[in-house]
Write a protein that binds this ligand. Sequence first.
Ligand code: MRU
Length: 383
Amino acid sequence: MNVTVRGRTRHFRTVTFDSTKNAVQLIEQRLLPHEFKVVSTRDYRATAAAITDMIVRGAGAIGATAAYGLAQGARAFRGNNSAGFARHLAIVFDTLKNARPTAVDPVNAMLQVRAAMKGGRTVAEQQALALAAAEEFAHEDVAHCEAIGAHGAPLIGEGMNILTHCNAGWLAFVDIGTATAPFYAAQAEGRKFNVFCDETRPRCQGSTLTAWELAQQGIAHQILADNAAGWLMQRGEIDLVIVGSDRVLGRTGEVCNKIGTYTKAVLAHRHEIPFYVAIPLSTIDWQLASGAEIPIEERHEGEVLGAWGILDEPVPAGRKRRSSTAEPGAPRRAHIRIANPTSGARNPGFDVTPPELVTGIITPAGIFAPNELWANRGQLGQG
Ligand code: MRU
């Protein structure tokens, strides 16, 4: 998508690869919306750490990052020993897989890369195929988001109010996004509508990332405190809900997404508001038989007990500390404690919404009821 920083507009992808430096390039999402910066990871361990630390986040974006990370790790191997290369690759794969547990896209993306590598005989051939396959995954992610936009746009009528949760926008993918793709397509068709972005505590991906994206794109929006949607639904002020997902079970139609999604789905059902989930094919898990088996990430309690933000005073001129990466004049990011100092917290990152609360899954192949996924698996990239 286009980003305008200090009056200059340029197109960016969330994740790209610099083949000359064997480096993955990532938009540093923890700094947004206050600072726009692209950072590089020079080896697969640093790439995995960028996923864990949420420099890059969102299912499709970490999928592409893992695919590039696997190619990066493969390309760093020296020598022609096939057995040694296979052992090295298994370590790289596991390191990237374990960087975050809930989204299935990194594993699906890396399996795609590994399958493509089977076409090479020598280490060098496999290294070249790995990078080509990672690039292919990234291009496919963009194409899937485009198709989701085309299928989802007709759901958005003139003057509607639409609720979204967390960030399933272009920052959560390589470009365009899933939940936001129908917004961008409807906007391109000339319709006007309003988007409510749930704040999405504790990390606030809605109020920081989705709101920033929509502002960049000139789409009318307002941030909602996480508990406000029910009241607005009761008053008839929300017409439609579209969210993304980190893992949709192909066998059951269960939808795993950012914590708070289930609550919104229950409310939407209570108020007979259509509730859609937009996903690329890499988000479908065809293996698991029940949502109870999805590994739900439990994050640090500090995220709930406090909040990240920027201080009113920027980094002072000429006072750059050696340990700080912030340039003088840049916003100063800080974590502040909010909660009672002697209390602890639980911090599950995701929840699972049962299929009966979901009106439809918007995929690159069209819109399906959740219980239709398995029957249509051929069209959805399986088998
Ligand atoms: O913890 P995050 O920010 O990586 O969570 C992922 C998400 O942003 C959401 O769950 C999103 O709705 C689906 S990912 C496209």
